[in-house]
Every structure is written in structure tokens, then in C-alpha cells.
Design a protein around this ligand. Sequence first.
Ligand code: DSN
Length: 465
Amino acid sequence: MVNSVYRECYDDSHYRPEFEGFIGNRPLEEVDPEVVTLIRAEKQRQAGGLELIASENFTSRAVMEALGSCFTNKYSEGYPGKRYYGGTEVVDELERLVQQRALSLFGLDPQEWAVNVQPYSGSPANFAVYTALLKPHDRIMGLGLPSGGHLTHGFYTAKGKRISATSIYFESLPYQVHPQTGYVDYDRLEELALLYRPRLIICGASAYARDWDYARMREIADKAGAMLMCDMAHYSGLVAAGELTSPFPFCDVVTTTTHKSLRGPRQGMIFCRRQYEADINEAVFPGCQGGPHNATMAALGVALKEAMTPEFRAYQQQVRANAKALAGALQARGYTIVTGGTDNHLVLWDLRPEGLTGNKVQKLCDQINITLNMNAVPGDTNALSPGGVRLGTPALTSRGFREKDFEQVAEFLHQAVQLCLKIQKDSGKKLADFERALEGRPELATLRDQVRAFALRFPMPGGPR
Ligand code: DSN
């Protein structure tokens, strides 16, 4: 029925069919065909390609519908029951519902744990935690960016340039993965932490294919007199499904985005032990943010409900099985996978033994409808021209890909790398020359058609848009 929700706002005696034609009720197709064209183009790009960016996913139609709801109209600075605006009674109910679902998804006792569901995304969530728990220039230690950590964990360049607000406002000494094994070097972290005495240690990463030893992290934090925070943004969906170790028993604070393996809208959440709740809430609002994005919060509520289903648990098991299958299929073709495999949703592929850099493989893959990103691998020195690529399975698993399909994905990647080598042989190693050499190559068009035909055999979640 057309506009049935709209009609539900009125009782029968007040409803007028002409309200449907009111200026604010014109459909998108009529108001902005240009944007519709772009939405269609993006939908076709997503459907006709292989999405391997480890931090991306395809959210559901139900999440999309809540995201496009009237909650977007509402300001609600403050927290349930304590707002700076009128008309917040429904938003209060929504925020409480989302909080309760978030705690219950991760099996947390509300007496012990609180959750803030207002952060706009992962970086603001992390910065709010630092604002709450630290004073400017306090010391922190997170996994270094070249080792797979996130920018907000305190990265600065080899020449000392402070890249993110975290390293501008706080002093940071990043720890690293072991250059040979690729695993987090806990022994070295302990040594450094006992010398550096940070106030906060951060675990969790964006490009690390192994589970974490949180018990060891807690032990180190305790010895060094530090608080322990986990940023589980990449793998919170796997934690929710019990597919990876839960950081909660060991940490003081846990942050996450909600749109990666958790498969919700783009937002962030901060879980904290009750003693930090007041400071963290104050740091989110009014410290770092204004009004929460309520439509996104509604969509997050939907995603959290979906994440409590047996289907979601099966999905996360498949995400891991697919990552293992992908790593195995690449290894079977002779390639090098950092740490020799994966425990989670991602695979870190070291291309240095092939004589390739990740940026070339990324450029070529863009031409053949495979989306991935270049990534530093252990021992890399140049962040702009790193020696590897990062591959993730959450998005394609949401389209129903299974292990055998990832065998085919590995075959396409193998062909891409072989083509890269052939083109690099003609062009030489300079990226600009390589990019020029990509133009008009018939082999690329053939491979792109094959990839597209393969991708289009699978459904896309999310509804028409
Ligand atoms: N940008 C995300 C990623 O790709 O890992 C992390 O925030």
C-alpha cells in the first residue's frame, strides 16, 4: 500500500489523500533523478563486483529502512530522561532499547557494564574514551599502524609527524607485531610498557588476522598500572557470535563501530565498566559530539536484533570458514599469507615475495571489479607503497558466498596478480608508469567480464537501494 506509514499518522477523520501529494512527500525519483542515478550506479557497482574490503559489509533492507526514517528529524542532545530538547519521549525509548540490546548481545550484566550508543563512528568513539579517561599528554600504547593497528590508536610517522588527534593530544608509544611471525609481540610490549608506564593500553586492530590474548594484555596492563581498552571494531560481529574470544572479561572499556562484521549502519558504541560511565557519557556529549544521529541509532537497534538470531551466528561461522578457505586457496597457489593463516574475517597477503606492491594490485583489481585495499605487512617501511593487501570475507559472505566460492575468488586474485606481474614487466616498477600501462588492456576487460558475471550470480542484501 502506498504511503501506509504516512497514513498511520492520522486517524481516519483527519486523513486527507491530498496530503500524499504534499511537497515533502514527493518520491526521490521525482525530486532528484541525478542522485537516483548515482545510487543505481553504486548499487550496480556493489552487485557486479567482489567486495573484499575487510571493514565493509552489506547491511539488510530492514536496517536501511530504519536508517531512512523520521528519527533523522529529531534533536536529542543529552541522554534518556535528561535531554536538552522537548519531544524526546520516543527517542528516549529508542535509545534505552538499543542500549539494552547492545548489552544483551554481548552477554553483559547491566549492573557491571554500561553502553553509550551515540558515537558517530569508531574514531569519535575512541577519542571520547581518551577524553574521558586521560589528561592531555597522558601516555598511551596501541598497536602501531604498520603492524595492523588503527590511526586512532596513536600513530605517528617515522619522521615523528603526528597524524591523528590521538597522537597530537596524547603521547604514544606504539607496540608492534613480531617482524618474523606477524603475531603481536606481547613480550616486547610488556618490556616497553614497564618502561613507558602508559595510562592506557589499547588492544584490537584493523589489519591483524589473529585472535588476541586478552588475559596477557590484562596482565601487562596491571603490571604497568594502565587501564585496558579494546577496539573490536573489525571483529565485533564475530565476538557477538562467540567466534572469537570476548575482550569484555579483561577490559575496562571496549569500543566498536557497528557497520563492519556487525553488519549495521555506520555508527560507534562504547562499552565501559560502570565506574567509567559518567565520564564517558560526558566525553561523548557534550565533550566531543552534539546530538546523536537518531535514525542511525534506530537502524543500529535493528542490526543488534538481527545479530541475536541463529542466522547471524551461522553467518559469522561462515565468515571465518570463508577467510580460512581464501587463505588456504592462495597458499595452495604458492602465495605468502602473514602469520600463515587467519583466525578471523581477514587475510593479510604479503606480495613482497612476488616483487609487487599492494598499491599496484589494488589499482589493477579496481579495473576488474575486485575491491580490496593495499596494506602494510610486518617489516614494511613505506606506508604509501606497502608490500601487501588486506582481504576480508564479511561482505561477500552476506551475499551467500561459501568456501567453494572463495576458491573461485582466490583464482581471480591469482589471475590479477599474474597480470600485474606481466604489466609491471612491460611498464617498470614506477606506479605512474604501471597505471598508464593498465589503460586499454584487453586482458583486463576479459577478466572484468568474468568477475562481473560471477558476482551477479549472488543476491545483494539491502533492498532496491
Ligand atoms: N577504515 C577502517 C578500516 O578499513 O579498517 C577502520 O576504521
